[in-house]
Design a protein around this ligand. Structure first.
Ligand code: GDP
Length: 297
């Protein structure tokens, strides 16, 4: 692994929480993420998030920021965890109020618990005539997840992802959790982050979406990600705009790697290309010796 120095307290600044939405299929995960991306909970340019890069950051009307992991299903969450990457700070577990607590809901809850990630429950589809949010809260209580309004410690919010009811309140509850976590990072150091997606693009070469956890990633940086390395040729944000740098809790697509790293691979800015190449080569040798699939495709 790449050695990382401790940051001293005075170098640390607040960073936005990184949030994953998980739940049973059809319970409204996509609708919620779409609503947040487009709707009036966002300050400034609504609907400006045009690119799917696997994560996006929004500034809410209250001026605060949240970064959402927007990867298909919670498979990404588990895959990344399996590779030792913990990118999520808070999990929103979405449950349709016209349905039951389903197997995938339970699975999502256990993933969050295993990862020690705080949970906020979103009880969705309350606009539907058959919706019964109390039944869901009852079910949660039976699983020992007592919601706050019933005297428990878990925050929950009734929402309609379709109409937008309760969504802002939900996000305020997420921010409350974030406050308790005291999330901080040092923007003035070499970047460290996690690869959340990667692909080979015909025109642009290898493209990786990186969620920066600490430091600032800049155009021109020498980077190492898994068994791949390179120099950052260009950075783009979720609005498809070319940017010069990306800081903590922000995601960007990165051009310039010599291969496609895997989701969950750690990315680091390095001081010299030689060092990056050596570590990448060593890792690749190791992977080959262990008979593992190499990431160069
Ligand atoms: P996902 O599989 O969890 O991503 O679920 P989707 O967001 O795709 O939603 C599944 C279906 O439920 C879609 O037809 C949505 O339009 C619908 N849906 C999602 N949220 C709501 C809601 O708050 N109210 C109503 N009435 N329908 C909803």
């Amino acid at each position: 692994a790449v050695a990382e120095e401790e940051d001293s307290e005075e170098d640390l600044v607040e960073r936005a929480p990184i949030v994953t939405v998980m739940g049973h299929v059809d319970h409204g995960k996509t609708s919620l993420l779409d609503h947040i991306r487009n709707a009036n909970v966002i300050a400034g340019e609504a609907g400006g998030i045009t690119q799917h890069i696997g994560a996006y950051n929004v500034r809410l009307k209250n001026g605060r920021h949240i970064t959402f992991l927007d990867t298909p299903g919670h498979e990404a969450f588990t895959a990344m965890r399996a590779r030792g990457a913990q990118v999520t700070d808070i999990a929103i577990i979405i449950i349709a109020a016209d349905d039951d607590i389903m197997p995938q809901t339970k699975e999502a809850i256990s993933h969050a618990v295993a990862a020690n990630v705080p949970i906020v429950f979103a009880i969705n589809k309350i606009d539907k005539p058959g919706a019964n949010p109390d039944k869901i809260k009852e079910g949660l209580a039976q699983m020992n997840f007592l919601v706050e309004e019933w005297g428990g410690k878990y925050q929950s919010q009734d929402i309609s992802a379709k109409k937008g009811d309760g969504v802002f309140e939900l996000l305020e509850k997420v921010l409350l959790e974030a406050d308790m976590l005291e999330l901080k990072a040092n923007p003035n150091r070499n970047a460290a982050g996690t690869v959340i997606e990667s692909s080979l693009d015909k025109g642009r070469g290898y493209v990786a979406t990186v969620l920066v956890s600490n430091g600032t990633l800049r155009q021109g940086d020498i980077i190492l990600a898994g068994t791949n390395y390179g120099r950052v040729k260009a950075l783009f944000n979720e609005r498809g705009q070319r940017i010069k740098e990306v800081g903590p809790s922000q995601a960007a697509t990165v051009l310039g790697l010599n291969g496609a790293p895997q989701a969950g691979d750690q990315l680091h800015s390095m001081n010299t290309e030689q060092e990056a190449r050596e570590i990448a080569t060593k890792r690749e040798q190791l992977a080959r010796e262990q008979g593992l699939r190499t990431t160069r495709r």
